[in-house]
Design a protein. Structure first.
Length: 135
């Protein structure tokens, strides 16, 4: 069984109790095999910066022995909202070439597109963007 990954939009309080079975209650996208580290790396790529755990870490929301939930910081959301199709394509090439992914850019570009779409869907009410992973 592989790693489950889901991106979802929720209020901060609701994110703490998110799990695979509650996905239908939230605007979400099911992925696979990605962790917070890969999304942190993408943030650095989009920001044209070298990755740093101090700068690009996602916020730890909840965890158990086999699940983890992280929040995308507002600065990351703002970066995602600002990218255009060309920037997404360029980021896909760089992200695909990372040691963690080592894949075809065409395989990972849809993930960036979905992430951007979710970021743009956020309204100013207390909703945020999260990533949930499970073994």
């Amino acid at each position: 069984m592989g790693l489950l990954t889901e991106l979802f939009v929720a209020a901060d309080a609701d994110a703490k109790t998110y799990d695979h079975t509650s996905a239908a209650r939230f605007k979400s996208v099911k992925l696979g095999g990605l962790t917070n580290l890969e999304f942190e790396t993408l943030w650095a790529i989009l920001a044209k910066q070298e990755w740093s755990p101090d700068t690009h870490a996602l916020g730890d929301v909840a965890s158990s022995d086999s699940t983890w939930t992280f929040k995308f910081p507002r600065a990351y959301i703002d970066t995602l909202r600002a990218v255009d199709a060309r920037a997404i394509s360029e980021a896909a090439k760089s992200w695909a070439a990372t040691e963690e992914l080592s894949c075809d850019p065409a395989d990972i570009e849809p993930v960036i597109e979905q992430l951007v779409s979710l970021a743009r869907s956020l309204d100013e009410r207390n909703a945020s963007l999260f990533v949930w992973t499970s073994l």
